[in-house]
Write a protein that binds this ligand. Structure first.
Ligand code: SF4
Length: 156
């Protein structure tokens, strides 16, 4: 019988492997990212999620990029945002991000945020409303620069 940890890996690996190609993340990847950062009625928000002082949105306080126009984690915007980048890393390697890494078996607990998201119901995941804006040329150039930076700093 499949155990809780195997269930976590199966679910998240299959969703995470879908669509990080092209100019924007797949809708499923963006939904998982939204859940990882913002949580919902059952899952608490990430402790690193920060409210912007300049915009009506949030940014990641752990990635070191700060509170800037292109670092806003917008889920439902008309403008292309950080969660739309096809290649995007998360300091906690949460589900939906390009550097996703399953929960450590020594730390698996049904209460940990990562595990809660790893076993999240696929049907309910589809209920998370996301937009899928196309990037402008300028936004796409920013994404490519950040993407190269992210890949070069990835552990081998
Ligand atoms: S650490 Fe990861 S999950 Fe948390 S706010 Fe940053 S990008 Fe989102």
């Amino acid at each position: 019988m499949i155990n809780f940890f195997e269930k976590c890996i199966n679910f998240s690996m299959s969703l995470a492997s879908k669509g990080f190609m092209g100019k924007k993340a797949s809708a499923d990847a963006k939904r998982l990212r939204a859940l990882s950062c913002f949580g919902n009625d059952a899952i608490s928000p990430c402790p690193h999620l920060m409210k912007s002082k300049h915009f009506d949105s949030h940014y990641c306080g752990a990635c070191g990029c700060g509170d800037k126009p292109h670092t806003q984690l917008t889920v439902k915007g008309e403008k292309y945002g950080k969660l739309d980048y096809p290649y995007l890393t998360c300091p906690l390697k949460m589900p939906g991000f390009s550097n996703y890494s399953p929960a450590d078996p020594r730390e698996v607990s049904e209460n940990s945020r990562k595990c809660q998201i790893e076993v999240y119901d696929v049907i309910r995941l589809q209920e998370i409303e996301v937009t899928s804006p196309d990037p402008s040329e300028e936004e796409y150039m920013v994404f490519q620069k950040l993407s190269k930076l992210g890949k070069s700093t990835q552990p081998k």
